[in-house]
Design a protein around this ligand. Structure first.
Ligand code: URA
Length: 246
């Protein structure tokens, strides 16, 4: 059971006092009946709360897939530059959203934005070895030796020993395009792994985290909530949720 004002705040970006004013004005209904008492408690999963007749669609947590363009910071808030959370439309905004895992400013692709801290922790924990799939364009040709060194897990410039990874050449040539899968998430990991084998990454895009693939129909800069099936699959595979938690 949750106070109506708290429930309203948890689903969007209203402050508690803004929610209180909205409720007292009579614009908030519970199962179709105006409730003007912000302190009245309701079971959010058992009633329909609506504002101006529009149902809230209660969800304990929000999980949003974003196709990040280059040039956007992968943090919640920044006083000077646009962030991945800023790209979400008002209907998907809510307090406490953050990107589960970072991409560099110049990296494109899949970013998962959520307010479920336990889920993000499980997804990112080095203990879980969740695979992350990227495509990269390199500045010079690859050979068998470089590929073998990359896949064995190279030693980075600062001495860090990487875990084994996978590499598939999608397009060979002077500036090859490759698909790589890594099982850890260090700072600039892919760029530094390629640097360790003598290549520079000129373009990088993340396509998947675990079983969750970037929706091919999502243009750069666009986002959508995960489907129920995607939520179930990614929560269960990371051992951090059950059907009933969603
Ligand atoms: N590895 C990198 O080098 N950069 C990213 O943004 C993600 C993985």
């Amino acid at each position: 059971m949750e106070r109506l004002d708290k429930l309203l705040c948890s689903q969007g970006t209203l402050t508690r006092s803004e929610a209180g004013r909205l409720i007292r004005s009579g614009r908030v209904t519970v199962d179709g009946v105006p409730c003007r008492d912000p302190a009245k408690k309701w079971d959010p999963t058992g009633v329909t709360v609506a504002v101006d007749g529009k149902a809230l669609g209660y969800a304990q947590y929000r999980y949003v897939m974003l196709n990040k363009p280059a040039g956007i910071l992968c943090v919640s808030r920044d006083p000077k530059a646009p962030t991945v959370v800023d790209l979400l439309p008002p209907a998907l905004q809510r307090r406490g959203l953050f990107p589960a895992g970072r991409l560099d400013k110049d990296t494109h692709g899949l970013v998962l934005i959520t307010d479920d801290g336990a889920f993000a922790h499980a997804l990112l924990s080095p203990r879980h070895h969740v695979p992350k799939t990227y495509r990269a364009v390199l500045d010079k040709p690859l050979d068998e030796e470089k590929i073998a060194a990359f896949c064995a897990g190279p030693t980075l410039e600062d001495g860090t020993q990487c875990q084994p990874a996978e590499l598939r050449v999608l397009q060979d040539g002077a500036t090859p395009t490759v698909e790589v899968v890594i099982y850890e998430g260090r700072y600039h990991q892919i760029k530094r792994m390629f640097a360790a084998v003598g290549c520079h990454v000129t373009w990088l895009k993340r396509y998947a985290m675990g079983s969750l693939w970037l929706d091919a129909d999502l243009p750069e800069g666009a986002c959508r909530e995960l489907t129920e099936a995607e939520k179930i699959s990614i929560l269960n595979e990371n051992g951090c949720g059950k059907l009933s938690d969603i």
